[in-house]
Ligand binder design. Sequence first.
Ligand code: GLN
Length: 229
Amino acid sequence: MMRVGIAMLQGARHEHYEAIKHASMEMQQEVEVVELRKAEQVDSSIDGLILPGGESTTMRIASLSESLLEGLFDWMMKYPDRPVLGTCAGAILLAQPTQGRESFIDVDVARNAWGRQKFSFEAGVDVTLETPNKSANAEFELARDKFNHKPLPMTKQVVKSTSGEFPGVFIRAPRFIQNSIKCQPVAHLSQEIVGVLQGEKLALTFHPELTSDRRFHRWLISRIMDSKQ
Ligand code: GLN
């Protein structure tokens, strides 16, 4: 049994919950998802971590009362071999943790660099990261949670992926400063690098949890499986 923690600071947390559960079904691996709200919860029992997208300034403010961000950064320092998936604002946090801390990925990030919210867009992304195939084709019903919140089942209606491209959802997304990238590029939007890997840290400027393509979540699970062997 593995435990995946999701930082419940703000933003697209519930969608990541659904996504990792779906991926665990696809891989026939039992995964316990831990909703992280306080620094004390981020302990040695957490095998892998998701830093969702949302609004990084709000996340930093939301973190102040329970010091969750500091707990997450401490955990990442302590367990550098445990995988982390940071999406959008989560990628910003990996590149620009709190002051005085070194970046977890060697890349500079420009926030909101595609322009305002109305310039958010969807586009196919070329993925070169090796991600495991599904072992079962489990249809997954997106359930309502206790707040009557149902994650958006976007892919089927909105984003069509063709020929292996990943359906990229870019919402007021950050951009990696291309000539600053010193880690491995793993996802491209045309010529631009929109996903990078450094060690076990995967940073994407888009929102994979808003699609039904779970390959990045399967990556997280497979890295945990490898690290536990
Ligand atoms: N614009 C947000 C930020 O700067 C990131 C957007 C997102 O996560 N969708 O934090």
